[in-house]
Design a protein around this ligand. Structure first.
Ligand code: ADP
Ligand code: MG
Length: 721
């Protein structure tokens, strides 16, 4: 009756299902099959309606409400043909999860029968009774409703389910007063602001009609797979998403034998099934491979427009969870499911541009384009330097705290890695300012003399939190569990600010009669002189970096509790309201929700630690102790002198465990007034109290007889797939 041993037997007997498709089926056959995409719209919408919708999607122009009825009707017919019985406004509340409220297409007709109905107004707006979502004080209880609104730029899709399909419509989620209660609203607002100022810069470079500029996001998702028999035997994994107990396996990741190794057969079956589901949903899954830790893997879809990438990313996580279950596994998105083993991140590859330009962060090979690139690149440097704290808070969570700053993930300090070539160019620019009076020298970044940059700076620095990788910046601090919206909102907003700054400086200089090339030269030199401190090409894991970073004036916000106040500084509030992304109240609400989520997460973990420590670990230890004690008595009875070393070996950690459990219990019983104080208490009292329980329990794991130990071990969970 040992659940762990039963799980091992069950895992051994388990036969994974075959992949759910015919191997001859080409990805192209099914790509976008369940998406109400451009080609479906072209076929099904009246020409003028189609044109109007496409203009909104591609040019960012205002949605004409008159088209809604026609779109709704076409969407309904398409969905019914695809077997949908219901439709759902899908939204992204501040829990970080995906929410959906389903409604049937059927409505009663006057003669008592029913008919399928779906009108424009139902497409455009919904009213979920969503009063239980965190709102950080944004909604009064008398108006607890939130409203959902159709995001026409993110395509509707069919979510298949053996029990009936659903038409899903991506929406924003706002309060009655229009304040954002979700992650999508600020994403769209910030994207719009960034695009506007990027277009100003492009116009200065002579592109009269640059077109609508959008942000691109390519998220790389890391995750763990664990056999579900083990998962279900670990209450900590089940409830907290991470193990709160467990000693490191004798063989860890030190051999680097898993990274990019052959994908295990069972996992490959899972990957193929997930990719097929993703393809149907129009999600461009591309790269898949083993990650550093045993049991850890990665998927990277092709980059897409920010808000679509964010929606797809959420859908990807849901799909992974569902498909993993079908394959008898649990997919773990937690940033640190296993202590002492590599954690999981979600690198956010960020750039901006459009169909015409591609990424505006491509160095290019003509001097004129390089100058333009350098302005965009300098704008990033300025943005990251001025707002490193905001980038830090955009990835802050109780779960990601276990990863950031640990020796495998980027440090909590946000710095930019430019690569040797680009760093050198900016060094020259910095010096160029001092010698610009010399006129046209080789070092001056005039349009004529600019060095041609390679499109792919060969070297990579994995220890940097924000690295230039050839045609984009890669933000490596985001956690595997979080939505990409949070970092994307900050990136878009701080870029809007920086591009606004660049455009304004250049516009004014030109107005004053300064030659454009010279104005660009000055702008670049000024930016790199003032903000070059954020550029760091060294080893971000080294012990000296935090010291050097401090002398450079870069913030090192180690934990979520340190980072959260960044949301409500005067500077941050001013920035976000200037670009119409958040108002004061929205910022405060996000701060409060951040605190609340942090406190709740740690409270759940602390309670689980107490429960598992008391009801699983301690009883196993007691049984083992009793066995030894019985043996000691038996030996005495047989007239032998018993060796009691073993008895004290198990008894010592047992009394440490008793003490630690009592301390944790009393800490959990304390009442703390005020959310910030409660968060500090969680960090400084609960987490250490949990750690003390774990230390004693892990010591017992190494002593207690294997057949008595109740929790699947790291070795079993990580190596048996
Ligand atoms: P690596 O592991 O070397 O960082 P991956 O191939 O795993 O590279 O992931 C790179 C990610 O960056 C992919 O999602 C890719 O689509 C994305 N990406 C490539 N170019 C851009 C770009 N210009 N803007 C945003 N994302 C990009
Ligand atoms: Mg990467």
């Amino acid at each position: 009756n040992n659940i762990r041993l039963a799980a091992i037997t069950a895992v051994e007997a388990y036969i994974p299902p075959p992949v759910s498709f015919d191997i001859t089926e080409a990805p192209g056959d099914i790509f976008g099959e369940n998406v109400f995409n451009k080609s479906v719209m072209m076929k099904r919408l009246p020409k003028n309606v189609f044109k109007s919708v496409i203009t909104t999607i591609e040019k960012g122009s205002k949605l004409d409400p008159a088209v809604a009825d026609a779109v709704a009707s076409a969407m309904k017919d398409w969905a019914l043909e695809k077997g949908a019985t219901h439709y759902a406004h899908v939204f992204y509340p501040l829990t970080g999860l995906t929410a959906e409220k389903h409604d049937s297409f059927l409505e009663p007709a006057s003669d008592g029968s029913t008919m399928a109905e779906f009108q424009g107004k139902t497409l455009i707006q919904g009213e979920p009774d969503a009063s239980s979502f965190p709102n950080g004080g944004l909604r009064n209880t008398f108006e607890a409703r939130g409203y959902t609104g159709w995001d026409v730029t993110s395509p509707a899709y069919i979510l298949e389910n053996p029990n009936g399909n659903t038409l899903c419509i991506p929406t924003v989620f706002v309060s009655m007063t229009g304040e954002a209660l979700d992650h999508k609203t600020p994403m769209l607002r910030s994207q719009q602001a960034m695009g506007k100022h990027a277009e100003r810069v492009l116009k200065l470079f002579g592109h009269a009609n640059p077109g609508h500029i959008v942000a691109f996001c390519g998220p790389e998702q890391e995750y763990f797979l664990v056999d579900r028999h083990f998962f279900l035997a670990r209450p900590d994994l089940l409830n907290a998403g991470r193990t709160l107990f467990g000693t490191k396996p004798p063989k860890g990741q030190e051999f680097d034998d898993h990274y990019f190794g052959a994908v295990p057969e069972r996992v490959l079956g899972f990957m193929m099934d997930t990719e097929r589901e993703l393809f149907k949903l129009g999600i461009p899954a591309k790269t898949r491979h083993n990650e550093v830790a045993p049991g850890q893997f990665e998927i990277a879809p092709m980059f897409e427009r920010g808000n679509i990438a964010a929606d797809h990313q959420q859908l990807l996580m849901t799909t992974f969870k569902t498909v993993a279950k079908k394959h008898g596994m649990e997919c773990l998105f937690h940033e640190k499911p296993f202590e002492g083993v590599n954690g999981s991140g979600k690198h956010v590859n960020f750039s901006f541009g459009n169909d015409k330009f591609g990424s505006l962060l491509v160095p290019g090979d003509t001097p004129h384009e390089n100058a333009q690139f350098l302005v965009f690149c300098a704008a990033v440097i300025r943005a990251v330097h001025l707002h490193a704290g905001l980038l830090r808070v955009s990835v802050a969570s109780a779960t990601n705290d276990h990863r950031l700053g640990a020796n495998e993930a980027p440090p909590a300090i946000v710095s930019i890695f430019l690569g040797e070539q680009l760093a050198d160019v900016f060094d020259q620019i910095a010096k160029g300012a001092a010698t610009s009076s010399k006129g046209k020298g080789t070092m001056i970044i005039g349009v004529d003399t600019l060095p041609v940059l390679p499109t792919d700076p060969g070297d990579r620095n994995r220890t940097s939190s924000f690295a230039f990788t050839g045609n984009r910046f890669e933000f490596r601090a985001p956690g595997s569990m979080q939505t990409v919206s949070e970092p994307m909102v900050v990136l878009n907003t701080i870029m809007a600010d920086s591009l606004d700054y660049c455009a304004t400086v250049l516009e004014e200089a030109v107005k004053e009669g300064v030659e454009f090339d010279t104005a660009v030269q000055h702008l670049l030199t000024d930016i790199i002189t003032e903000h070059g401190a954020v550029v760091f090409n060294g080893d971000g894991y080294s012990d000296t970096w935090p010291i050097e970073a401090e002398s450079r004036g870069l913030p090192n916000l180690k934990t979520t509790v340190d980072a959260l106040p960044e949301l409500i500084t005067e500077k941050s509030i001013e920035l976000f309201s200037k670009y119409g992304v958040f108002n004061d109240r929205e910022m405060h609400s996000r701060y409060e929700i951040g605190l609340e989520q942090y406190i709740l997460t740690i409270a759940v973990e602390a309670k689980l630690t107490l429960e598992i420590g008391s009801t699983l670990v301690m009883p196993a230890a007691v049984r083992y102790q009793t066995e030894i004690a019985t043996n000691v008595t038996a030996l005495k009875g047989a007239g032998l002198e018993p060796d009691t070393t073993l008895l004290s070996m198990v008894s010592e950690p047992m009394s440490a465990l008793t003490t630690a459990l009592a301390a944790l219990k009393s800490a959990l019983g304390e009442h703390i007034e005020g959310a910030p104080e409660e968060a500090l208490f969680a960090r400084d009292t609960l987490l250490p109290a949990m750690a003390a329980v774990r230390t004693a329990a892990d010591e017992l794991e190494a002593i207690v007889a294997d057949d008595l130990w109740p929790l699947p071990t790291y070795q079993e969970m990580l190596y048996i797939l």
